[in-house]
Design a protein around this ligand. Structure first.
Ligand code: MTE
Ligand code: MO
Length: 370
């Protein structure tokens, strides 16, 4: 056992900062790319078509986004602790290059802390701010990566020589190892305690996950309950209808009993919530493409899915042509062999392959062909 006795002079050095910086650079890059992907699939521009396959892709990319985002927090705090004496070095600007490098630290540190804080708050469904989470988090990511590129450019040579060990290790290397070991241990602990929300065998260890993947009605979590969404199903569903309208040859309307009597299809698909938890289930329901064929809609149409929920961002979503064509894109009546619980979307919910959780619309009452 070494007794850590880190002193300012020994650890506030370039090598420690360089190694932590490498760790941050790698995790931030993974987090940034998976975040861009998430933004692209949630708000697809006209040139982009969300691929329905592989069915579990979004589950992996979003799981990585949340895992790397959380793993970064201890590394970021350690790095700030290591470099903070330098942040206040005087005079602030020795040359123009140093001035640019130091000015870029403001958006870098501010952006990094904002991303970590807003991301963690979102995972915990806590919105202590007046702006939209998605947009703010997205734009902060661009500002931060811009500042990061400037920073990496400025530090490249120094970092490389330390990582390649061209600079001989100094007297403080034992303490540094202990310090970095502690940071690595903290990263492992927070990672194991969060990835359990998407990696089944680790679920018992998901102590930091606000929603455990196996806890909730019918064995998986609920992000927004029917009560929170102010959805009620009157007369036990007797007056419920699903309508198919828009650009169709004939408009259709079904009761739940009529849907239950149709040709049903089963698929095992995950709900992969943007907030990092995911869970697979066996869904059974009507294929969207069968309903569209019955209504005489054009092949490969886009379809707006409308729910009984009257307000809120997730009350409606769009299926793109590749998704409506996919035979696993279902309006589910049952999950894991039982009729849907109202919090999972009874009387009817959308479930499709490789869609972010926010787009798996619950309490569906209408398909509008566009
Ligand atoms: N109408 C409606 N559908 C919705 C939502 C919502 O708020 N309203 N939440 C979405 C989100 S964010 C997720 S992760 C999934 C969760 O589905 P579950 O509650 O069955 O697990 O439903 C989605 N469908
Ligand atoms: Mo979600």
């Amino acid at each position: 056992m070494t007794h850590p006795h880190w002193t300012l002079s020994e650890l506030h050095d370039e090598r420690t900062a360089a190694l932590l910086g490498m760790g941050l650079g790698i995790t931030f890059t993974i987090c940034f790319v998976t975040g861009l992907w998430s933004h692209l699939v949630q708000t697809p521009p006209s040139w982009f078509s969300r691929p329905p396959r592989p069915a579990g892709l979004y589950r992996v990319t979003q799981g990585l986004h949340i895992a790397t985002g959380i793993a970064m927090i201890p590394i970021l705090l350690a790095k700030l602790w290591v470099v903070y004496p330098k942040l206040f070095a005087w005079p602030p600007f020795k040359s123009a290059a140093v001035a640019v490098e130091r000015l870029a630290l403001l958006p870098l540190i501010g952006g990094g802390l904002f991303l970590a804080f807003s991301g963690l708050a979102n995972v915990n469904l806590w919105y202590p701010w007046p702006f939209g989470f998605k947009e703010a988090h997205y734009w902060a990511a661009w500002i931060t990566i811009g500042a990061l590129i400037v920073h990496v450019g400025a530090k490249w040579t120094v970092t490389r020589s330390h990582v390649a060990r061209r600079v001989p290790p100094d007297a403080g290397s034992g303490d540094r190892r202990a310090f970095l070991g502690t940071v690595a241990a903290a990263v492992s602990v927070v990672t194991v305690a969060t990835v359990g929300q998407t990696v089944g065998p680790l679920r018992k260890l998901a102590l930091l996950a606000p929603r455990r993947p196996d806890v909730g009605p019918q064995g998986f979590p609920v992000n927004r309950t029917a009560r929170a969404a102010r959805v009620t199903v009157e007369d036990g569903g007797a007056t419920y209808r699903l309508t198919v309208t828009g650009r169709v040859a004939r408009e259709l309307s079904f009761s739940r009993a009529e849907l239950t009597g149709m040709d049903l299809h089963q698929a095992r698909l995950p709900i992969a919530c943007v907030q990092g938890w995911s869970a697979s289930a066996n869904w059974r329901g009507v294929r969207v493409r069968d309903l569209l064929a019955m209504a005489g809609a054009a092949e490969g149409a886009s379809v707006r899915i409308v729910s009984l929920q009257e307000s809120g961002a997730f009350r409606s979503s769009v299926l793109q042509p590749d998704e409506t064509r996919d035979g696993d894109t279902l309006l589910a009546l049952e999950v894991n062999g039982e009729p849907l619980h109202i919090d999972h979307g009874y009387p009817l919910r959308l479930i499709g392959p490789n869609r972010p959780g926010v787009l798996q619309t619950k309490w569906v009452t209408g398909l509008v062909v566009e």
